[in-house]
Design a protein around this ligand. Structure first.
Ligand code: K1U
Ligand code: ZN
Length: 177
């Protein structure tokens, strides 16, 4: 396992649509293991492959181990995740993003979701979620579609954040969004 670098805005890759995973094999499982190590080290409760520079439809999550440090890690790996259903009921949660460090904001999303995916053995699975798991699943699936949580905010707030990170990237010679 190896920890990978997490890209941050304004890297243009974060705005690309990730391609479906075609084969669930040992190479993909190595990427999964690297993503889990990267996510736990960050620390984060979720990670999309595109955040480590691999635009494939693959996400990792663990909302349990982070909420209660006495609990054992409960990693979730979702390959080609698809939102099958979202509730009409909505909920607000303060979100962060490892690709937009140190910025947090309240986002409103459907409160419950049902997601279909392949597990790390390539077996089809369905997960139903509410609470922070539902929030995190939607946040990570957004990443696979080139969408960031700041896109759910007002244009004024989003522009402020993008400008701040673009300025910092320019000063350090990074890529524009
Ligand atoms: O996708 C990402 O950028 C990871 C992100 C996931 C996320 C957080 C909050 C709401 C929705 C999705 C993070 O993990 S940011 C870090 C974070 O929230 C956290 C870190 C340590 C302990 C608890 C939370
Ligand atoms: Zn994120």
């Amino acid at each position: 396992m190896a920890k990978r670098d997490i890209i941050s805005i304004p890297d243009r890759l974060l705005r690309s649509k990730s391609a479906p995973v075609e084969r669930v094999d040992d190479e993909l499982r190595r990427l999964v293991d690297d993503m889990l190590e990267t996510m736990y080290a960050a620390p984060g409760i979720g990670l999309a492959a595109v955040q480590v520079g691999v635009p494939r439809r693959l996400i990792t999550l663990d909302v349990v181990g982070r909420e209660d440090e006495t609990k054992a890690p409960e990693p979730l790996v979702l390959i080609n995740p698809k939102l099958l259903w979202t509730s009409d009921e909505r909920a607000t949660y303060e979100e962060g993003c490892l690709s937009i460090p140190e910025f947090y904001a309240e986002v409103e999303r459907p409160a419950q979701v049902r997601v279909g995916y392949l597990d790390r053995e390539g077996k089809p699975q369905v997960v139903e979620a509410n609470g922070v798991l539902a929030v995190c699943l939607q946040h990570e699936i957004d990443h696979l579609n080139g969408k960031l949580f700041i896109d759910h905010l007002s244009k004024l707030k989003r522009d402020m954040v993008v400008k701040k990170f673009a300025k910092a990237a320019k000063q350090s010679g990074g890529k524009a969004m």
